[in-house]
Design a protein around this ligand. Structure first.
Ligand code: ISL
Ligand code: CA
Length: 543
C-alpha cells in the first residue's frame, strides 16, 4: 500500500548543533527556522527534530523534566509553533522525538515518586529493595556499570537503563501509560506529523528482574514479553487516530522480531531503526553489511518497511567510520549516499552528512561532552587503566563525533555562532562548509539533492524488489531494484583501489541509461560489461 511516509526522505536536525541565533553557543529553533530554505533546497520531505523539551540536559535532551514545555536554550513554545508552521508552509513534515522509556530525575513525577515509599506516584518508576545489601540484580546500564541507583531516603534502588539522571518509567503502571498517551495527543493535536520513538523496545523489562549470565551483553534490556501489548495499546489509544509516521529506535532486534514491531498487520509502528551496523560493526565490513541487508530485506519484504541510515547523533559520521574521509572524501560521501538511498527502506540524512562532514579527534576528554563517553572513560580509568589509552580507545565511537556544529562557512566558528560553541567546531570547517558546497555544482550537497529528486519520479527506488549480485565480493556491491518493468542496476566500488567489474549475462546493460554517477566523466556511453571502477566509484544504470 502506497503512503506518504514510505516515500519520504527524512532529514535529522540535532538543533543544538545546527545554527545559533542568540549567541549563547547553542543552536536553537530560531536557527532551524532561519535555515529551513537550506533544508528545503535538498528536497527532503520530513524533518526529525531531536528532543527540545524542558531538560537539565545531562543527556542532551534525552532526560526530560517537562514533556509539555520547551528547553529554554531551544526557544519558546511560540518559536516551536512558528517552526512547525514554517515547515508545513514549505510542504515538509515535522516528526518529534518521543522519549518515554525514562524521564529526567528532575521530572516532578520522579521528585514525588522518590520522596517516599507511599507517595501516590511511587510506582511511576521501578523501585526495588536491596538484595543481600546490594543491587537487586547484575544488569548493566548503557551509561553506567549498573542499572540500579540507591536512594538513601527510602532505602531502595531505582532502575535507570541509561544515566543515573534518567530513571526508567514503570510501564506496567496503567496510569503512567495514560499520562504518556495524553502527552502524545498534546503534541499531535498541535499538528506534528509523527514521532521517532526513543529506545521504544526497552519499555517492558524481564519478568521478575532476575540476574543474567552475561550482564555486559545488554540485549536483555529490550524486546521483552509485554512490549507489543504496550505498543498495540499506544496504537489503539493514540497513533491510529492521526495521519502520521512513527519510526521506532529498536536496538538488538532481529528481522523476525523487528517485523513484530512494524508489520503492516501488527498495528504498532510504521518503520524502525535497527542497529547491527551502527552498534556491532565498528568499522566497514562489506560482506557483513550485505548479509544484514539481505536478512532484513527477506525479513520485511512485502510485510513491513525498513529504514536506512549509517550515522546519526549517536553514531559517528559515516564518511569517517565507514568510508574514506581523506583522499576520497567527496567520492566516498557520494557512494555511501547512493547506497543508503537505493537500498530498500526510508533513507535518513543526518545534518551535515550532505556536505560530507567528518568525525573529530579532539586532544583531551575535556573537549568531549557526551555522557556515554565521559562515564565510560571514568569507569575504565577508575579501574586503573591508562587514561590516554582509554581516551584513544573511545575516540572513534564517541557520539560527539557527529555532534560538532554544522559548518556553514569559513568564518569564525564556521558561522555557527557568534559566541563560544557548546562543543568545538571541527577544525576542517574552512574546507568543508555549506557555503563552499552551494557554490560547487559537483559538491556532495548537489549529489544528495539529485539522489533525493530522482526518488520522486522513480518508485523503483522506493518499492523495487532488491537482488544482490555480489554477495561474496569484499569491495564491489552490485545490486538491482526492480518495479513495474523498470530495473535499476547499482554499482558501488567501496574500496580505495580500482576494482574490475565483470557483469554476468543477466545484467546485460546494452542500451542502458545512466541515472547518476559520482565521477563527473561518466557519460553512459562507455561499456560496463567489463570495466574498471575507480576508488569509491558509484553508478546507477537503468537496464
Ligand atoms: O550510542 C549508542 C550506544 O552508546 C546507542 O546504542 C544508543 O545509546 C542507543 O541506541 C539509545 O539511544 C537513544 O537513547 C539514549 C540517548 O542517549 C540517545 O541519544 C538516543 O538516541 C537515551 O535516551
Ligand atoms: Ca542559541
Amino acid at each position: 500500500m502506497k503512503t506518504w511516509w514510505k516515500e519520504a526522505v527524512v532529514y535529522q536536525v540535532y538543533w543544538r548543533s545546527f545554527f545559533d541565533t542568540n549567541g549563547d553557543g547553542y543552536g536553537d529553533l530560531e536557527g532551524v527556522i532561519e535555515k529551513l530554505d537550506y533544508i528545503e533546497e535538498l528536497g527532503v520531505d520530513v524533518i526529525w527534530l531531536n528532543p527540545c523539551y524542558e531538560s537539565p540536559d545531562f543527556d542532551n535532551g534525552y532526560d526530560i523534566s517537562d514533556y509539555n514545555s520547551l528547553m529554554r536554550k531551544a526557544g519558546t513554545m511560540e518559536t516551536w509553533e512558528r517552526l512547525l508552521s514554517e515547515v508545513h508552509k514549505r510542504g515538509m513534515k515535522l516528526i518529534m522525538d518521543l522519549v518515554v522509556n525514562h524521564t529526567s530525575n528532575q521530572h516532578p513525577w520522579f521528585l514525588e515518586s522518590s520522596s517516599s515509599k507511599d507517595n501516590p506516584k511511587r510506582d511511576y518508576y521501578i523501585w526495588k529493595d536491596p538484595k543481600n545489601e546490594k543491587e537487586p540484580n547484575n544488569w548493566r546500564s548503557y551509561f553506567a556499570p549498573s542499572v540500579w541507583e540507591y536512594d538513601e531516603r527510602t532505602s531502595q534502588y531505582y532502575m535507570h537503563s541509561f544515566a543515573v539522571e534518567q530513571p526508567d518509567l514503570n510501564w506496567e503502571n496503567a496510569q503512567v501509560r495514560q499520562e504518556i498517551y495524553k502527552m502524545m495527543r498534546f503534541w499531535l493535536d498541535k499538528g506534528i506529523d509523527g514521532f521517532r520513538l526513543d529506545v521504544i523496545n526497552l519499555l517492558a523489562k524481564v519478568e521478575g528482574f532476575p540476574s543474567v549470565e552475561n550482564p555486559n551483553d545488554i540485549n536483555y534490556l529490550g524486546n521483552n514479553p509485554g512490549i507489543h501489548d504496550y505498543l498495540q495499546e499506544m496504537n489503539r489509544e493514540v497513533l491510529q487516530h492521526y495521519d502520521i509516521m512513527t519510526v521506532g529506535e529498536i536496538p538488538f532486534v532481529t528481522p523476525e522480531d523487528g517485523l513484530l514491531y512494524v508489520g503492516e498487520d501488527r498495528k504498532e509502528l510504521h518503520t524502525l531503526f535497527h542497529f547491527e551496523v551502527a552498534d556491532d560493526m565498528p568499522t566497514w565490513d562489506m560482506t557483513r553489511f550485505k548479509e544484514i541487508q539481505a536478512r532484513w530485506y527477506e525479513g520485511l519484504k512485502g510485510k513491513g518497511t525498513n529504514s536506512q541510515f549509517m550515522n546519526n547523533h549517536d553514531h559517528t559520521r559515516q564518511v569517517t567510520r565507514y568510508g574514506n574521509d581523506g583522499e576520497y572524501r567527496i567520492e566516498s560521501a557520494k557512494l555511501l549516499a547512493t547506497m543508503i538511498h537505493t537500498l530498500p527502506g526510508i533513507p535518513y540524512v543526518y545534518q551535515g552528512e550532505e556536505i560530507g562532514m567528518t568525525g573529530v579527534h579532539f586532544d583531551s576528554i575535556d573537549d568531549y561532552n557526551d555522557i556515554a563517553m565521559r562515564n565510560k572513560y571514568k569507569e575504565e580509568v577508575d579501574k586503573g587503566s591508562d587514561p590516554q589509552e582509554v581516551f584513544e580507545s573511545l575516540l572513534m565511537l564517541s557520539r560527539d563525533n557527529s555532534r560538532t556544529p554544522i559548518q556553514w562557512d569559513d568564518t569564525d566558528q564556521a558561522g555557527f555562532t557568534t559566541g563560544t560553541p557548546w562543543i568545538k567546531v571541527n577544525p576542517n570547517y574552512k574546507d568543508i562548509n555549506v557555503k563552499q558546497a552551494l557554490a560547487d555544482p559537483d559538491s556532495v550537497f548537489y549529489y544528495y539533492k539529485k539522489l533525493i529528486s530522482i526518488r520522486k519520479e522513480n518508485p523503483v527506488m522506493i518499492y523495487g524488489d532488491y537482488k544482490d549480485f555480489s554477495e561474496k565480493d569484499e569491495n564491489l556491491y552490485v545490486y538491482t531494484r526492480s518495479y513495474e518493468g523498470i530495473t535499476w542496476l547499482v554499482i558501488l566500488n567501496h574500496s580505495d583501489e580500482k576494482q574490475v567489474l565483470s557483469l554476468g549475462k543477466g545484467l546485460d546493460v546494452a542500451g542502458k541509461k545512466l541515472i547518476i554517477a559520482n565521477y563527473e566523466d561518466v557519460t553512459g556511453e562507455e561499456s560496463i560489461q567489463r570495466t574498471a571502477l575507480r576508488p569509491h566509484e558509484a553508478r546507477i544504470y537503468q537496464i
